[in-house]
Design a protein. Structure first.
Ligand code: GCU
Length: 455
């Protein structure tokens, strides 16, 4: 009987794997075309083209930027005013989240698979003269429902070895080397020179010197940064290798989900203060860090570096990068498929939400918005637009007892807003957030009181 049962179970397993349809393979262009068919869209408006001599250059003229009418975070879709914190939490915030889910970043499946964190290696070492413990971690995603796709989340965690108690920690979303090479080639093709890293200590050194730990999470181990990868990674695993539907999550939401799984691990580690874990990222990972912080209220603080379109920059502003760029074959994987509608039959002005409301979803938690100098970094990320979005998130912070940005006048380069709960600073360099880490750490010390500040 036992043998018979074993045979039956064995056969059943083989049967499942053999019956599973293999993952669909498509290029980004094929997947994008399929999405367009699903949405019944024939054509999209092209994005801004930053290449010299382009027919459709980005607008950098403030007087033509528009986008002054951001949706009011404190007005319900039916026009009612949100007047109490309870109404924000119970009614308005879920309404905003649902709109971002449906039209902008896509819905996370109701059931996502379990992640088991494995410590691959653990060593004591010295970094920047500070004794630390470094763990290589692998988040194994349960793929028993579709064994043809494996997802293993890569993360490294470094904590001070001699701390007197649990430490605060930042999760950094890190570019993988192949992705970095592609990004550098893209920048070279556009004639954009990336500055050499500014002198001074790395962000890792700064964190350790302030008594923090840090984790480096590789988002592309959760979900590839390409439309060709949408039938794989966590999105593909949940869809059993089939193409994504227009309302389903894109890479930004998948990366944010991965960050939440990383946070699960950090919160289970006694070396870390579970209530003082923050998230940081630059550029596409600045967007992902903001999305993670907005959706997962366990993130205590965020450093959002040059996040631009799809991040803190309002979709409604015609300045620098446009919805047409996000909807194109190079970037649409970041967004929900439905987002393409707003670059086709609808316009960005029809979006039910905008980036001020994504920032507002972080309230009342402290969030620091970082940019470089428009002269060095360029206007593509729309610094002023991000500032305006932060101003427009202010009423929600104030409703919840905070202050928001505390000013509606953009401070000069190098001047930080730190005493408020939406921190802000434009440094004098280019596309990096490194020069803003000292200001961020000062901001964090003022907000994650008193435990972190005392260390
Ligand atoms: C491109 C893209 C931006 C993005 C950036 C990056 O420039 O247009 O939206 O932020 O890449 O991630 O580096």
């Amino acid at each position: 009987m036992r043998t018979l049962l074993a045979c039956f179970l064995g056969a059943a397993t083989v049967f499942t794997a053999a019956q599973a349809r293999p993952p669909v393979h498509m290029t980004a262009a094929q997947d994008h075309a399929l999405l367009m068919r699903m949405l019944r869209i024939r054509a999209l408006r092209p994005g801004a083209d930053p290449n010299p001599g382009a027919k459709n250059p980005p607008n950098y003229d403030e007087s033509k930027a528009g986008g002054a009418d951001l949706p009011d975070a404190l007005t319900m879709a039916d026009g009612r005013r949100v007047t109490t914190a309870a109404m924000w939490w119970r009614e308005r915030r879920p309404q905003i989240a649902a709109a971002f889910d449906r039209d902008v970043y896509g819905r996370v499946p109701r059931h996502t698979p379990r992640v088991d964190w494995i410590v691959v290696s653990r060593k004591r070492e010295t970094q920047y003269g500070i004794p630390v413990v470094t763990e290589q971690l692998r988040g194994q995603v349960d793929n028993s429902a579709y064994p043809l796709i494996a997802v293993n989340i890569e993360m490294t965690l470094t904590t001070p070895a001699d701390a007197r108690g649990p430490v605060p920690a930042m999760i950094h979303l890190g570019f993988d080397p192949a992705q970095m090479a592609r990004f550098l080639a893209q920048m070279r093709a556009r004639g954009i020179k990336l500055p050499p890293p500014p002198p001074g200590p790395s962000w890792q050194q700064q964190l350790l010197e302030h008594g923090w730990g840090y984790a480096v999470l590789v988002p592309t181990s959760v979900q590839a940064d390409s439309g060709a990868g949408l039938t794989e990674g966590i999105i593909g695993l949940c869809n059993h290798g089939q193409p994504r539907r227009p309302d389903q999550w894109g890479a930004l939401r998948a990366w944010a989900w991965g960050a939440s799984r990383a946070l699960d691990y950090l919160q289970s580690d006694p070396a870390i203060n579970a209530h003082e874990v923050g998230i940081e990222g630059l550029s596409r990972y600045g967007k992902a860090a903001l999305v993670a912080m907005a959706y997962d209220q366990r993130f205590a603080i965020g450093l959002i570096g040059s996040s631009g379109a799809g991040g803190a920059k309002p979709f409604r502003r015609n300045f620098g990068e446009q919805a047409g760029n996000l909807a194109g074959t190079g970037e649409y994987q970041w967004m929900a498929g439905n987002f393409l509608l707003y670059d086709g039959p609808r316009t960005v002005n029809d979006l039910p939400v905008d980036s001020n409301e994504l920032i507002a979803m972080c309230a009342p938690r402290p969030i620091f918005i970082s940019t470089g100098s428009p002269k060095v970094e360029g206007g593509w990320i729309d610094d002023r637009g991000m500032f305006l979005a932060a101003v427009a998130a202010g009423p929600v912070y104030r409703l919840l007892g905070g202050e928001g940005l505390g000013s509606d006048v953009m401070p000069p380069l190098g001047t930080a807003l730190l005493d408020v709960d939406i921190g802000w600073r434009q440094h004098e360099g280019g596309h990096t957030d490194l020069p803003n880490w000292p200001a961020f750490l000062e901001f964090a010390a003022r907000h994650l009181k008193p435990a972190a500040a005392a260390r």
